[in-house]
Design a protein around this ligand. Structure first.
Ligand code: PLP
Length: 421
Protein backbone atom coordinates (compact mmCIF):
# COMPACT_ATOMS: atom_id res chain seq x y z
CA UNK A 1 0.00 0.00 0.00
CA UNK A 2 1.31 3.44 -0.88
CA UNK A 3 2.16 5.65 2.12
CA UNK A 4 0.22 8.85 2.73
CA UNK A 5 1.99 11.97 1.48
CA UNK A 6 3.27 14.36 4.16
CA UNK A 7 1.52 17.26 2.43
CA UNK A 8 -1.76 15.36 2.91
CA UNK A 9 -1.12 14.60 6.58
CA UNK A 10 1.21 11.57 6.40
CA UNK A 11 4.67 11.22 7.97
CA UNK A 12 7.51 12.87 6.06
CA UNK A 13 10.23 10.67 4.57
CA UNK A 14 12.86 12.91 6.12
CA UNK A 15 12.75 14.68 9.45
CA UNK A 16 16.52 15.19 9.97
CA UNK A 17 18.36 18.15 8.49
CA UNK A 18 20.76 17.64 5.58
CA UNK A 19 24.38 18.88 5.71
CA UNK A 20 24.43 22.42 7.04
CA UNK A 21 25.91 24.95 4.62
CA UNK A 22 28.41 26.54 4.72
CA UNK A 23 30.82 23.91 5.97
CA UNK A 24 33.71 25.30 8.07
CA UNK A 25 36.25 24.19 10.65
CA UNK A 26 39.48 25.30 12.32
CA UNK A 27 40.97 26.22 8.95
CA UNK A 28 38.55 29.14 8.56
CA UNK A 29 39.05 30.04 12.26
CA UNK A 30 42.85 30.13 11.82
CA UNK A 31 42.57 32.32 8.73
CA UNK A 32 40.26 34.78 10.49
CA UNK A 33 42.53 34.90 13.55
CA UNK A 34 45.50 35.55 11.27
CA UNK A 35 43.73 38.49 9.61
CA UNK A 36 42.57 39.84 12.97
CA UNK A 37 46.02 39.87 14.57
CA UNK A 38 47.69 41.22 11.41
CA UNK A 39 45.59 44.39 11.77
CA UNK A 40 45.60 44.40 7.98
CA UNK A 41 41.92 43.87 7.20
CA UNK A 42 40.95 45.66 4.02
CA UNK A 43 41.57 45.26 0.33
CA UNK A 44 44.02 48.15 0.09
CA UNK A 45 46.77 48.14 -1.13
CA UNK A 46 45.33 46.04 -3.94
CA UNK A 47 45.80 43.14 -4.16
CA UNK A 48 46.55 42.83 -0.44
CA UNK A 49 48.44 39.91 1.16
CA UNK A 50 45.72 37.24 1.28
CA UNK A 51 44.05 38.57 -1.88
CA UNK A 52 47.28 38.01 -3.82
CA UNK A 53 47.58 34.46 -2.43
CA UNK A 54 43.93 33.70 -3.23
CA UNK A 55 44.23 35.09 -6.76
CA UNK A 56 47.31 32.94 -7.41
CA UNK A 57 45.70 29.76 -6.04
CA UNK A 58 42.38 30.35 -7.77
CA UNK A 59 44.12 30.95 -11.10
CA UNK A 60 45.94 27.63 -10.66
CA UNK A 61 42.67 25.82 -9.80
CA UNK A 62 41.00 27.07 -12.98
CA UNK A 63 44.13 26.91 -15.15
CA UNK A 64 43.97 30.65 -15.92
CA UNK A 65 46.94 32.95 -16.24
CA UNK A 66 45.41 35.63 -13.98
CA UNK A 67 42.67 35.91 -11.36
CA UNK A 68 41.33 39.16 -9.89
CA UNK A 69 39.41 39.11 -6.59
CA UNK A 70 36.35 41.35 -6.29
CA UNK A 71 33.37 42.01 -4.04
CA UNK A 72 30.75 39.78 -5.73
CA UNK A 73 29.80 37.83 -8.81
CA UNK A 74 27.74 40.85 -9.87
CA UNK A 75 30.71 43.23 -9.71
CA UNK A 76 32.89 40.62 -11.45
CA UNK A 77 30.49 40.59 -14.44
CA UNK A 78 30.25 44.38 -14.53
CA UNK A 79 34.04 44.80 -14.39
CA UNK A 80 34.56 42.10 -17.05
CA UNK A 81 32.28 43.95 -19.50
CA UNK A 82 33.86 47.32 -18.67
CA UNK A 83 37.32 45.83 -19.24
CA UNK A 84 36.09 44.87 -22.73
CA UNK A 85 34.94 48.49 -23.20
CA UNK A 86 31.26 47.53 -23.55
CA UNK A 87 29.35 50.81 -23.46
CA UNK A 88 26.27 52.84 -24.40
CA UNK A 89 24.39 51.55 -27.46
CA UNK A 90 26.02 48.09 -27.33
CA UNK A 91 24.23 44.76 -26.94
CA UNK A 92 25.25 41.80 -24.79
CA UNK A 93 23.65 38.38 -25.26
CA UNK A 94 22.69 36.58 -22.03
CA UNK A 95 20.65 33.41 -21.39
CA UNK A 96 16.97 33.65 -20.46
CA UNK A 97 17.50 31.37 -17.46
CA UNK A 98 19.89 32.96 -14.98
CA UNK A 99 20.02 35.20 -11.92
CA UNK A 100 19.35 38.90 -12.59
CA UNK A 101 23.05 39.79 -12.11
CA UNK A 102 23.94 38.40 -15.55
CA UNK A 103 21.57 40.88 -17.21
CA UNK A 104 22.41 43.69 -14.76
CA UNK A 105 26.06 43.70 -15.93
CA UNK A 106 25.35 45.12 -19.43
CA UNK A 107 22.95 47.66 -17.90
CA UNK A 108 25.75 48.83 -15.58
CA UNK A 109 27.64 49.68 -18.83
CA UNK A 110 24.49 51.30 -20.35
CA UNK A 111 24.39 48.42 -22.83
CA UNK A 112 21.28 46.40 -23.59
CA UNK A 113 20.88 42.75 -22.53
CA UNK A 114 19.53 40.53 -25.32
CA UNK A 115 17.97 37.27 -24.16
CA UNK A 116 18.80 33.96 -25.81
CA UNK A 117 16.78 30.80 -25.21
CA UNK A 118 18.27 27.85 -23.35
CA UNK A 119 19.09 24.33 -24.48
CA UNK A 120 16.51 21.98 -22.89
CA UNK A 121 19.21 19.33 -22.39
CA UNK A 122 21.28 21.55 -20.06
CA UNK A 123 19.30 24.70 -19.11
CA UNK A 124 22.33 26.63 -20.42
CA UNK A 125 22.34 29.15 -23.29
CA UNK A 126 21.52 27.66 -26.71
CA UNK A 127 24.28 28.37 -29.29
CA UNK A 128 21.65 28.29 -32.06
CA UNK A 129 19.63 30.97 -30.31
CA UNK A 130 22.78 33.06 -29.74
CA UNK A 131 23.70 32.84 -33.42
CA UNK A 132 20.32 34.25 -34.43
CA UNK A 133 20.67 37.21 -32.07
CA UNK A 134 24.15 38.46 -33.02
CA UNK A 135 24.05 41.90 -34.67
CA UNK A 136 26.66 44.54 -35.42
CA UNK A 137 25.92 45.96 -31.96
CA UNK A 138 26.77 42.72 -30.11
CA UNK A 139 29.87 43.34 -27.99
CA UNK A 140 29.85 40.24 -25.76
CA UNK A 141 28.11 36.93 -25.09
CA UNK A 142 27.66 35.75 -21.49
CA UNK A 143 26.97 32.01 -21.26
CA UNK A 144 25.98 30.91 -17.74
CA UNK A 145 27.13 27.49 -16.57
CA UNK A 146 23.84 26.68 -14.90
CA UNK A 147 23.20 24.39 -11.92
CA UNK A 148 25.71 21.62 -12.57
CA UNK A 149 25.99 21.99 -16.36
CA UNK A 150 28.51 23.80 -18.50
CA UNK A 151 27.26 25.59 -21.62
CA UNK A 152 28.44 24.01 -24.89
CA UNK A 153 31.82 25.73 -25.01
CA UNK A 154 32.80 23.91 -28.23
CA UNK A 155 29.99 25.50 -30.22
CA UNK A 156 30.06 28.83 -28.40
CA UNK A 157 33.84 29.25 -28.79
CA UNK A 158 33.59 28.50 -32.53
CA UNK A 159 30.72 30.96 -32.91
CA UNK A 160 32.54 33.69 -30.96
CA UNK A 161 35.66 33.17 -33.07
CA UNK A 162 33.74 33.24 -36.38
CA UNK A 163 31.75 36.33 -35.48
CA UNK A 164 34.52 38.14 -33.58
CA UNK A 165 32.48 38.57 -30.40
CA UNK A 166 34.19 37.97 -27.03
CA UNK A 167 32.73 35.59 -24.45
CA UNK A 168 32.48 36.35 -20.74
CA UNK A 169 31.69 33.09 -18.94
CA UNK A 170 29.39 33.38 -15.92
CA UNK A 171 30.83 30.59 -13.76
CA UNK A 172 29.03 31.66 -10.56
CA UNK A 173 27.59 28.17 -10.04
CA UNK A 174 30.55 25.98 -10.88
CA UNK A 175 33.99 27.02 -9.54
CA UNK A 176 36.40 24.15 -10.19
CA UNK A 177 34.47 22.64 -13.14
CA UNK A 178 36.38 21.42 -16.20
CA UNK A 179 35.21 21.04 -19.79
CA UNK A 180 37.46 18.72 -21.82
CA UNK A 181 39.97 18.90 -18.93
CA UNK A 182 40.16 22.68 -19.12
CA UNK A 183 38.88 24.93 -16.32
CA UNK A 184 35.75 26.98 -16.87
CA UNK A 185 36.49 30.68 -17.05
CA UNK A 186 39.40 30.06 -19.46
CA UNK A 187 37.38 29.55 -22.66
CA UNK A 188 36.16 33.11 -22.97
CA UNK A 189 38.08 36.37 -22.82
CA UNK A 190 37.12 36.49 -19.13
CA UNK A 191 35.40 34.26 -16.55
CA UNK A 192 33.36 35.46 -13.54
CA UNK A 193 32.75 33.63 -10.26
CA UNK A 194 30.62 34.26 -7.15
CA UNK A 195 31.35 33.37 -3.52
CA UNK A 196 27.94 34.46 -2.19
CA UNK A 197 26.54 32.43 0.74
CA UNK A 198 24.81 29.66 -1.22
CA UNK A 199 27.65 29.00 -3.69
CA UNK A 200 29.89 25.86 -3.65
CA UNK A 201 32.77 27.91 -2.21
CA UNK A 202 31.80 30.88 -0.08
CA UNK A 203 32.89 33.74 2.14
CA UNK A 204 29.33 35.06 2.49
CA UNK A 205 30.02 37.44 -0.40
CA UNK A 206 32.83 37.76 -2.93
CA UNK A 207 33.71 37.30 -6.56
CA UNK A 208 36.60 36.50 -8.91
CA UNK A 209 37.50 37.26 -12.53
CA UNK A 210 39.81 35.03 -14.56
CA UNK A 211 41.60 35.85 -17.80
CA UNK A 212 44.66 34.85 -19.82
CA UNK A 213 44.99 38.31 -21.34
CA UNK A 214 47.50 40.65 -19.58
CA UNK A 215 45.80 43.78 -20.92
CA UNK A 216 42.41 42.68 -19.58
CA UNK A 217 44.04 41.74 -16.25
CA UNK A 218 45.44 45.26 -15.92
CA UNK A 219 42.12 46.85 -16.76
CA UNK A 220 40.22 44.63 -14.28
CA UNK A 221 42.73 45.37 -11.47
CA UNK A 222 42.30 49.08 -12.17
CA UNK A 223 38.49 48.91 -12.38
CA UNK A 224 38.18 47.15 -8.97
CA UNK A 225 40.61 49.60 -7.35
CA UNK A 226 38.93 52.99 -8.00
CA UNK A 227 40.70 53.33 -11.36
CA UNK A 228 44.22 53.31 -9.86
CA UNK A 229 47.08 52.16 -12.11
CA UNK A 230 50.10 50.10 -11.13
CA UNK A 231 53.50 51.42 -12.28
CA UNK A 232 53.73 48.45 -14.68
CA UNK A 233 50.28 48.97 -16.26
CA UNK A 234 50.48 49.81 -19.94
CA UNK A 235 46.91 50.72 -20.98
CA UNK A 236 46.67 54.32 -22.11
CA UNK A 237 43.22 55.75 -21.41
CA UNK A 238 42.53 55.95 -17.64
CA UNK A 239 39.49 54.00 -16.45
CA UNK A 240 36.63 55.05 -14.20
CA UNK A 241 36.73 52.41 -11.46
CA UNK A 242 35.03 51.75 -8.15
CA UNK A 243 36.05 50.19 -4.85
CA UNK A 244 35.29 46.53 -5.55
CA UNK A 245 38.20 45.18 -3.49
CA UNK A 246 37.69 42.00 -1.48
CA UNK A 247 38.49 42.22 2.24
CA UNK A 248 41.26 40.11 3.76
CA UNK A 249 38.64 38.34 5.91
CA UNK A 250 36.90 37.03 2.83
CA UNK A 251 40.15 36.05 1.13
CA UNK A 252 41.22 34.11 4.25
CA UNK A 253 37.93 32.23 4.44
CA UNK A 254 38.08 31.40 0.73
CA UNK A 255 41.64 30.05 1.04
CA UNK A 256 40.28 27.62 3.64
CA UNK A 257 37.18 26.80 1.55
CA UNK A 258 39.35 25.99 -1.46
CA UNK A 259 41.20 23.28 0.45
CA UNK A 260 37.92 21.42 0.90
CA UNK A 261 36.78 21.78 -2.72
CA UNK A 262 38.36 18.64 -4.28
CA UNK A 263 36.74 16.29 -1.75
CA UNK A 264 33.38 18.10 -1.91
CA UNK A 265 33.30 18.13 -5.73
CA UNK A 266 34.06 14.42 -5.78
CA UNK A 267 31.45 13.53 -3.16
CA UNK A 268 28.65 15.57 -4.76
CA UNK A 269 29.40 14.08 -8.15
CA UNK A 270 29.29 10.54 -6.73
CA UNK A 271 25.97 11.27 -5.04
CA UNK A 272 24.63 12.82 -8.24
CA UNK A 273 25.37 9.57 -10.07
CA UNK A 274 23.38 7.61 -7.49
CA UNK A 275 20.50 10.06 -7.81
CA UNK A 276 20.54 10.01 -11.63
CA UNK A 277 20.52 6.21 -11.68
CA UNK A 278 17.48 6.02 -9.39
CA UNK A 279 15.59 8.81 -11.16
CA UNK A 280 15.87 6.94 -14.45
CA UNK A 281 13.49 4.40 -12.92
CA UNK A 282 10.80 6.91 -11.86
CA UNK A 283 8.43 7.66 -14.77
CA UNK A 284 7.86 11.38 -15.28
CA UNK A 285 11.17 12.50 -13.72
CA UNK A 286 14.51 12.92 -15.45
CA UNK A 287 17.74 14.42 -14.15
CA UNK A 288 19.72 16.71 -16.44
CA UNK A 289 22.42 14.37 -17.79
CA UNK A 290 26.13 14.99 -17.27
CA UNK A 291 27.73 15.87 -20.59
CA UNK A 292 30.66 13.49 -21.27
CA UNK A 293 32.80 16.54 -22.09
CA UNK A 294 32.31 17.77 -18.52
CA UNK A 295 35.46 16.13 -17.16
CA UNK A 296 35.06 17.61 -13.68
CA UNK A 297 31.54 18.25 -12.52
CA UNK A 298 30.72 20.84 -9.85
CA UNK A 299 27.22 20.85 -8.47
CA UNK A 300 25.50 24.01 -7.26
CA UNK A 301 21.95 22.91 -8.00
CA UNK A 302 20.99 19.39 -9.07
CA UNK A 303 18.24 19.88 -11.65
CA UNK A 304 15.50 17.33 -12.21
CA UNK A 305 12.97 17.82 -15.02
CA UNK A 306 9.33 16.90 -14.53
CA UNK A 307 7.19 15.62 -17.39
CA UNK A 308 3.75 16.63 -16.06
CA UNK A 309 1.57 14.44 -18.34
CA UNK A 310 3.60 11.33 -17.42
CA UNK A 311 3.95 12.31 -13.75
CA UNK A 312 0.18 13.02 -13.60
CA UNK A 313 0.65 16.01 -11.31
CA UNK A 314 1.89 19.54 -11.86
CA UNK A 315 5.55 20.36 -11.19
CA UNK A 316 4.44 23.04 -8.71
CA UNK A 317 2.44 20.55 -6.64
CA UNK A 318 5.31 18.07 -6.85
CA UNK A 319 7.73 20.66 -5.41
CA UNK A 320 5.37 21.56 -2.58
CA UNK A 321 4.95 17.88 -1.77
CA UNK A 322 8.71 17.27 -1.90
CA UNK A 323 9.34 20.09 0.58
CA UNK A 324 6.70 18.62 2.87
CA UNK A 325 8.58 15.30 2.74
CA UNK A 326 11.61 17.16 4.18
CA UNK A 327 13.62 17.62 0.96
CA UNK A 328 14.80 21.19 0.28
CA UNK A 329 14.05 22.18 -3.32
CA UNK A 330 13.04 25.04 -5.58
CA UNK A 331 12.06 25.67 -9.20
CA UNK A 332 15.23 27.36 -10.52
CA UNK A 333 15.47 30.92 -11.84
CA UNK A 334 12.58 32.60 -13.63
CA UNK A 335 13.16 33.89 -17.18
CA UNK A 336 15.30 36.86 -16.31
CA UNK A 337 13.58 39.27 -18.74
CA UNK A 338 10.46 39.09 -16.56
CA UNK A 339 12.25 38.94 -13.21
CA UNK A 340 11.08 41.45 -10.61
CA UNK A 341 14.79 42.20 -10.10
CA UNK A 342 15.11 43.58 -13.64
CA UNK A 343 12.40 46.23 -13.96
CA UNK A 344 11.87 47.06 -17.65
CA UNK A 345 10.96 50.63 -16.72
CA UNK A 346 14.05 51.35 -14.60
CA UNK A 347 16.01 54.34 -15.88
CA UNK A 348 19.06 52.23 -16.72
CA UNK A 349 17.07 49.68 -18.70
CA UNK A 350 15.06 52.32 -20.55
CA UNK A 351 18.19 54.27 -21.42
CA UNK A 352 20.04 51.15 -22.63
CA UNK A 353 17.11 50.26 -24.90
CA UNK A 354 16.87 53.78 -26.28
CA UNK A 355 20.62 54.00 -26.93
CA UNK A 356 20.50 50.75 -28.89
CA UNK A 357 17.65 52.13 -30.99
CA UNK A 358 14.85 50.07 -29.40
CA UNK A 359 12.27 51.98 -27.35
CA UNK A 360 9.63 49.34 -26.72
CA UNK A 361 10.13 46.34 -24.51
CA UNK A 362 9.13 43.25 -26.45
CA UNK A 363 8.97 39.96 -24.56
CA UNK A 364 11.80 37.80 -25.92
CA UNK A 365 10.91 34.56 -27.67
CA UNK A 366 12.33 31.88 -25.35
CA UNK A 367 9.91 28.92 -25.32
CA UNK A 368 12.34 26.48 -23.71
CA UNK A 369 13.10 28.83 -20.83
CA UNK A 370 9.39 29.54 -20.30
CA UNK A 371 8.43 25.86 -20.27
CA UNK A 372 11.34 24.76 -18.09
CA UNK A 373 10.65 27.43 -15.48
CA UNK A 374 6.87 27.09 -15.50
CA UNK A 375 6.49 23.31 -15.65
CA UNK A 376 9.72 21.33 -15.53
CA UNK A 377 12.60 22.40 -13.30
CA UNK A 378 13.02 21.04 -9.80
CA UNK A 379 16.27 22.32 -8.26
CA UNK A 380 17.90 20.58 -5.30
CA UNK A 381 20.57 22.67 -3.51
CA UNK A 382 24.09 21.29 -3.50
CA UNK A 383 24.40 20.78 0.25
CA UNK A 384 21.83 17.96 0.01
CA UNK A 385 24.45 16.10 -2.05
CA UNK A 386 27.21 16.66 0.51
CA UNK A 387 25.94 13.84 2.70
CA UNK A 388 26.14 10.05 2.43
CA UNK A 389 24.16 7.36 0.60
CA UNK A 390 21.36 7.45 3.18
CA UNK A 391 20.73 11.15 2.46
CA UNK A 392 20.46 10.46 -1.26
CA UNK A 393 18.23 7.46 -0.63
CA UNK A 394 15.84 9.72 1.31
CA UNK A 395 15.64 12.10 -1.66
CA UNK A 396 14.90 9.15 -3.95
CA UNK A 397 12.34 7.65 -1.56
CA UNK A 398 10.52 10.99 -1.28
CA UNK A 399 10.39 11.45 -5.05
CA UNK A 400 9.22 7.90 -5.59
CA UNK A 401 6.56 8.26 -2.88
CA UNK A 402 5.16 11.39 -4.51
CA UNK A 403 5.25 9.89 -8.00
CA UNK A 404 3.35 6.84 -6.74
CA UNK A 405 0.71 9.08 -5.12
CA UNK A 406 0.54 11.61 -7.92
CA UNK A 407 -3.16 11.10 -8.65
CA UNK A 408 -4.10 11.82 -5.00
CA UNK A 409 -1.81 14.84 -4.98
CA UNK A 410 -3.25 16.16 -8.21
CA UNK A 411 -6.85 16.04 -7.00
CA UNK A 412 -6.24 17.14 -3.37
CA UNK A 413 -7.33 20.49 -2.00
CA UNK A 414 -3.91 21.57 -0.71
CA UNK A 415 -5.22 24.66 1.09
CA UNK A 416 -7.58 22.52 3.14
CA UNK A 417 -4.84 19.90 3.71
CA UNK A 418 -2.39 22.52 5.01
CA UNK A 419 -5.03 23.99 7.37
CA UNK A 420 -5.73 20.54 8.76
CA UNK A 421 -2.07 19.58 9.38
C1 PLP B 1 24.39 32.79 -12.51
C2 PLP B 1 24.74 33.86 -11.52
N1 PLP B 1 25.48 34.90 -11.93
C3 PLP B 1 25.85 35.88 -11.09
C4 PLP B 1 25.46 35.86 -9.77
C5 PLP B 1 25.82 37.02 -8.89
O1 PLP B 1 26.68 36.68 -7.87
P1 PLP B 1 26.69 37.54 -6.52
O2 PLP B 1 25.51 37.15 -5.73
O3 PLP B 1 27.98 37.11 -5.87
O4 PLP B 1 26.72 38.97 -6.88
C6 PLP B 1 24.69 34.79 -9.30
C7 PLP B 1 24.26 34.66 -7.93
O5 PLP B 1 24.07 34.92 -6.99
C8 PLP B 1 24.31 33.76 -10.19
O6 PLP B 1 23.55 32.74 -9.79
Amino acid sequence: MAQRLAILGGDPVRSRAFTRWPVFDDRERAQLEDVLTSANWGGFPSPNRKAAELETRFAVMQGARFAIATTSGTSALEVALKALAVGPGDEVIVPAITFAATAYAPLACMARPIFADVDPATACISPTSVERLITRRTKAIIPVHYGASVADMDQLSALARDRGVPIVEDCAHVPGARWRDRGVGTFGALGCFSFQSSKPMTAGEGGMITTDNPDLEQRCQSLINCGRRRPTDSFETPLLGANYRMTEWQCGVLLAQMERMPEQMERKSRNAERLRGALARIPGLRAIARDPRLTREVIYAFIVLADEPVLKVSRNRFVRALRAEGIPCGVGNDPVYRSALLPAESAAYRTARELSGDRAFKTPDCPNAERMFEREMIAIPHEVLLGDDSDIDDVIAAMRKIAENATDLSSANLERASRAS
